[in-house]
Write a protein that binds this ligand. Structure first.
Ligand SMILES: [Zn+2]
Length: 281
């Protein structure tokens, strides 16, 4: 039992999950997010402070499917003493993408419809844990679901406004597979679904050739991943006299700064879509 004068503490790994939880609980609980803007969850190292915060938490939500890389073990261990959920468990296995890997692609938030299922799962678990707040959480969830439904429509319209041939999204790590499938844009990543893997010269040459053949206008950086491999692609294109622009920064595995539009899930998805459309259209 939690003493009534103590706030219920929900801990989560990324700001993406933190934003979903905050939209459900509002001021009714304290939401602690371990990984801030620009942080790459694949390579994140657990700190001493994180361990203390994990111990202090009443409930834990994390993505799962290895997104949290090295942190997965401690998250599972902490889950033995308190309720801890890998939110990807909410999704039907047939909805997941496998890029020749045993573990599915964890970047499910880029399909807003799938993310709605995740939000529903989180809400259900929170309502079970806090029956006294269940009705409040349910109301907040319904309102947020409506916002997400509008977001899905908006992104569908925006991405479809790019001519089909130019609709190719080239990024450093393969975070946009679900985005591509949901919004009908071809996605090419250099590093695979985890940023841990290095890309080889073969990948660089393959993508540079694709850019030249298809006359692709722009490639994209990511806020939480090194630009190095994309820069090599740009150099390769320049070597062949092909001009390709940097379309801007995309938010892949981390939100923007708190207090900005990109500091929320909806804002991050909107910002990405605008960046993509402006660069490719
Ligand atoms: Zn990623």
């Amino acid at each position: 039992m939690i003493p009534t004068n103590e706030k219920f503490v929900i801990l989560t790994t990324t700001g993406i999950l933190g934003d979903a939880i905050k939209n459900i609980v509002k001021e009714d609980a304290q939401v602690v997010v371990l990984m801030g803007p620009g942080t790459d969850p694949h390579t994140y190292q657990t700190t001493q402070k994180d361990v203390q915060q994990l111990r202090h938490a009443h409930m834990i939500f994390y993505h799962g499917l290895d997104l949290e890389g090295k942190m997965t073990d401690i998250l599972q261990r902490m889950g033995q003493e308190r309720k801890a959920y890998a939110v990807s468990d909410a999704l039907d296995k047939t909805a997941l993408l496998y890029e020749g890997t045993i573990v599915a692609d964890p970047h499910v938030w880029f399909d807003v419809k799938l993310w709605k299922q995740v939000v529903g799962f989180i809400s259900q678990k929170l309502q079970e844990a806090r029956p006294e707040s269940a009705a409040y959480y349910q109301n907040n969830t319904l309102a947020y679901m409506e916002e997400l439904a509008h977001l899905h429509e908006l992104i569908t319209i925006q991405i479809n406004s790019i001519p089909k041939l130019q609709r190719v999204l080239i990024t450093a790590h393969d975070a946009f597979g679900y985005f591509g499938k949901a919004y009908n844009i071809e996605v090419v990543g250099l590093q695979g679904v985890s940023s841990v893997a290095e890309c080889g010269l073969k990948d660089i040459n393959r993508i540079a050739a694709l850019i030249r053949e298809r006359n692709i206008k722009a490639v994209f950086f990511e806020t939480s991943v090194s630009n190095r491999s994309i820069r090599v692609v740009l150099e390769n294109c320049a070597h062949y006299g092909h001009k390709v622009a940097v379309g801007g920064y995309l938010y892949s595995d981390a939100l923007g700064a708190p207090g900005t539009l990109e500091g929320t899930y909806c804002g991050m998805i909107k910002a990405n879509a605008t960046t993509i459309v402006n660069a490719l259209k």
